[in-house]
Each structure stands twice: as structure tokens, then as C-alpha cells.
Design a protein around this ligand. Structure first.
Ligand code: DUC
Ligand code: ZN
Ligand code: ZN
Ligand code: ZN
Length: 468
């Protein structure tokens, strides 16, 4: 059993930073000591000048997601290795029940993709591609037996993942009964499809029309409708995914102020990137920034509002919605028709750094950085206190973060299986230094990789800490 002591670092906890030495025994954190008070004669890692934070938890990834006739380009192997490089030691990916498929068959297929291939620990949410009597029964079984305690529904993508309001209400009622969380892709897909067809009929085929045909009003409307449906389902816990815009945030904030059990996440792309970045890209290259919900205009206050939402806790979590597609042969499927561009941005490697940039920019405290990328996602999805905290008994998933370092993001240095980066040329003041996954150093301070495919284990999750 390995025993090592992380010395001289500054641990970031929910109450803020404090000096402590962290003892790791085997795969667990064994104890915290006042600086210098830990055992002698054990191997040490010197964390002088570093923040010691829990390994980050990305609660929203899509490895190998089938979309628009192709698949997200990261496998569980490449995607979780990239995650490790970026300080993310747990992912919660979305297993998919395709419409017409048995839920458990979809889950088995996802286990087949992930098992033995992951470099860091992983868990699943379940996407319900069709709500009916069988899938409702399957929800109970997944919660009781499979450690899957959250289900994602889509108000977008009619004909593919889409659920209508009746289906949504039934799934919410079932979740209220079995203790699960409902995660919602909140965009009015029926109305969006009308706008898309009208744009194409006018000959508006460029990537920028993806965002223009998904106005924030249709995100806000769907967010509001989901909140009301959850209210009718006796306050089924509702978690809005990839919230991108001010009006949708207002709906969440109003619901929370009214005491509803509603939560939301945003993603780094909405905190930094804009429709104008996409518009400024030459030719068809704007396709690199096609994702749903879409990037929003810099001439509206979305980004400032999202940072404010993270401070106020109206936004509880930052996840990536990591859904990479290569430009060549994948994004290019939509040349001449933006609606055929596979939707998604790859970012699983960069969330810890990009949210840390918010600390540098005085948008977030250190404690809030750690909460939004690690502690709250762990608590929200039933992984706490095994994950998301530096505490005795927790898994020794630990990141040493160097605030004096620099991170340059680009296709030449990233580890994701993508031929471009949505963040090309970004430079961040701060760097992931050392990464431990269950007591094993997987990335050392010089950036060398010591992890391996198969080290990552499947995590059966408990119920959310946020159930009423
Ligand atoms: N949005 C994306 O950008 N990609 C995958 C699915 C989704 O909802
Ligand atoms: Zn979505
Ligand atoms: Zn509020
Ligand atoms: Zn997603």
C-alpha cells in the first residue's frame, strides 16, 4: 500500500483556504495534519505554493455520443486521459436509451464502451429517449440496483431524443417517487425546428444560423416550462443542464427564490465564448463552435450574468458538456446546411483552468471555484463524500494546482481526440500541476503521464444530497 504525505500546500475547502498536510494511504485520504505534524519517514510530495484541491468532477460528458450520423470523437480511453491531464478525476457520462430501445440495453451498451477503458473513475446518468411504462419501470430499477440516480430528458431535438410535456411530467413524477434527479435540456425544439426550416428556405446555411435559430427566448420558455412541470410533480428535483443565457437564468433564480428545488449548471463555453467569435471565423470554420444550447451574443449581458449566477448559487455547477467532433469529416457534414453540423464542443481537459481564470479575474472565490467544479457536482449526483472533498475517508483524488503556472490551450498541446480547439490560443494564469486518482499519481508536476487505461472504476452513485 502506498503511503504519501502532501506537505506545505494550501487546501481549499468550502470555508476557504487553510494550511494542511494531507496523508494518503492506499486509495484513500487517511488524515489531515497541521503543517509539519504529519508522520515522518513517509514519501512526501512538496506542494509549496500550490493549492491542494479535490479532483474535479465533470458531471456532463458525452464520450462516443451518437449524433447526426457520427459519434463524438473521444472514446472513454482518450477522453478520460484528457480529463486526468486537466485535473478532472471523475466524469459522469450520459448513457443513452435510443428511442425504441430497452433502457437497460442502452445502459449495457454504455458499460461496454467504458469498462476497462477509463483512466479515471466514471459514473453514468441515463438519457431517456422514450418515456413509457417500460422506461418508467426501468428508472426504478436503475436507481435501486445500478447506481444511476439521475435521468436526462430533452425538450429539444424532436424525433431524436425529444420528450413531450406529458412524458416529461410522468418521468418527473416517477423521479419524485424513487429519489432521482431530472436533468433537462431546456430548449423548445418544436419552435426551433420551425426557425431552422425557415432559415434554410431563405438560403441561410452558414454555421452562424445555428445560434440565430435558437434564440434565448426559446431556452427561457423551456426552462420555465420545466420548472412548472417539476412543481406539478411535487417538487421533483430539477437540474437544468448547459444554461447559456440571461433570461433562462432569471427563470431559475426566480424559482429558487420562490423555494423550488431547482438547480442549474453552466459550461465554460458560455462563460467565455460568444456568437461573435463564431461569426469572426473564416468560411465554414464557425462550425467548430456549434453546440446546443448555442453561444450567445457578446452585446447582451449573458457572460456577466452567468458569473453572477455562479456567485449567487443560482448556478450551482460548471460542467463541460464535453462532446467533441473533429472539423474534418465530422463538423464538415454540415457544409451547406448548418442543421447537419454535429452539435458539441470538446472541453473536458480545460474546465479546472477555465474556471480558475474566474478566480484570477475576481469573479469567484477560491472556495467557490472548488465548489462549482468538484464539491457540488459530487453532492448533486450522489458521489459525496467519496468524491469532491479533501477529507479523511474520501478517495485520494487530489489535484495540486499551481497559481504561478501558465496554461496555453491549443490543438498542439491538448490530449483530447480533436483536430481543433474551441479555445485555441487561450492563455490562463494557473496550471494543473500534479494529479492523483485514488492514491495514484497519474500526472506529475512535469506533465508526465503515469496513468493507465483500466485504472478508472465504475461508481455506483447514491441519491442526491439535494433531495427534499
Ligand atoms: N448539445 C450539444 O452541444 N452536444 C450534444 C448534445 C447537446 O444537447
Ligand atoms: Zn443537452
Ligand atoms: Zn436568488
Ligand atoms: Zn450534453
Amino acid at each position: 500500500m502506498t503511503t504519501l504525505l502532501i506537505v506545505n500546500g494550501t487546501v481549499i475547502g468550502s470555508a476557504g483556504p487553510y494550511a494542511a498536510d494531507v496523508l494518503v494511504e492506499g486509495e484513500k485520504i487517511a488524515a489531515l495534519f497541521a503543517p509539519g505534524r504529519g508522520p515522518a519517514d513517509v514519501e512526501t510530495i512538496d506542494a509549496t505554493g500550490k493549492y491542494v484541491i479535490p479532483g474535479a468532477v465533470d458531471a456532463h460528458t458525452h464520450m462516443e455520443l451518437p449524433f447526426g450520423g457520427t459519434f463524438a470523437s473521444d472514446t472513454f480511453d482518450t477522453g478520460t486521459r484528457a480529463a486526468a491531464f486537466g485535473g478532472t478525476t471523475t466524469i459522469v457520462d450520459f448513457a443513452v436509451q435510443r428511442t425504441g430501445e430497452v433502457v437497460q440495453d442502452g445502459l449495457a451498451a454504455w458499460h461496454g464502451k467504458a469498462e476497462g477503458n477509463c483512466h479515471v473513475d466514471y459514473a453514468f446518468h441515463m438519457i431517456l429517449g422514450g418515456v413509457d411504462d417500460d422506461s418508467l419501470k426501468a428508472m426504478d430499477q436503475l436507481v435501486a440496483d445500478e447506481g444511476i440516480t439521475s435521468f436526462k430528458l430533452f425538450m429539444a431535438y424532436p424525433g431524436v431524443f425529444y420528450s413531450d410535456d406529458g412524458q416529461i411530467l410522468r418521468a418527473m413524477q416517477r423521479a419524485r417517487d424513487n429519489g432521482a434527479v431530472i436533468m433537462m435540456h431546456a430548449e423548445n425544439g418544436i419552435a426551433i425546428d420551425v426557425l431552422v426550416q425557415q432559415a434554410l428556405a431563405r438560403g441561410e446555411t452558414d454555421p452562424i444560423h445555428h445560434g440565430i435559430t435558437r434564440p434565448q427566448a426559446l431556452e427561457a420558455e423551456a426552462t420555465s416550462r420545466a420548472i412548472r412541470l417539476a412543481e406539478v410533480a411535487r417538487d421533483c428535483p430539477l437540474y437544468i443542464v448547459h444554461l447559456s443565457a440571461s433570461q433562462a437564468l432569471e427563470e431559475v433564480a426566480a424559482a429558487r427564490d420562490a423555494g423550488r428545488n431547482v438547480f442549474a449548471e453552466t459550461c465554460p463555453q458560455y462563460l467565455y465564448l460568444t456568437l461573435e467569435d463564431q461569426l469572426g471565423a473564416p468560411g465554414f470554420e464557425g462550425a467548430k463552435w456549434v453546440c446546443s444550447t448555442p453561444l450567445r451574443s457578446k452585446h447582451e449581458p449573458h457572460r456577466a450574468d452567468l458569473w453572477k449566477g455562479l456567485r449567487s448559487n443560482d448556478l450551482a455547477v460548471v460542467s463541460t458538456d464535453h462532446c467533441p467532433f473533429c472539423f474534418k469529416d465530422q463538423k464538415e457534414l454540415g457544409r451547406g446546411d448548418f442543421s447537419k453540423i454535429p452539435n458539441g464542443i470538446g472541453g473536458v481537459e480545460h474546465r479546472v483552468d477555465l474556471v480558475y481564470q474566474g478566480v484570477v479575474d475576481k469573479q469567484l472565490s477560491l472556495a467557490r471555484w472548488v465548489e462549482t467544479i468538484a464539491t457540488t457536482p459530487a453532492r448533486m449526483f450522489g458521489l459525496y463524500p467519496r468524491k469532491g472533498v479533501i477529507a479523511p475517508g474520501s478517495d485520494a483524488d487530489i489535484v495540486l494546482y499551481d497559481p504561478a503556472g501558465t496554461t496555453r490551450i491549443g490543438v498542439d498541446t491538448h490530449h483530447m481526440n480533436m483536430d481543433h480547439s474551441a479555445w485555441e490560443g487561450y492563455e490562463i494564469a494557473g496550471r494543473v500541476h500534479t494529479v492523483l486518482s485514488r492514491g495514484t499519481v497519474v500526472v506529475d508536476g512535469d506533465g508526465n503521464y503515469h496513468g493507465r487505461k483500466g485504472h478508472g472504476q465504475y461508481l455506483r452513485r447514491g441519491l442526491s444530497d439535494y433531495l427534499l
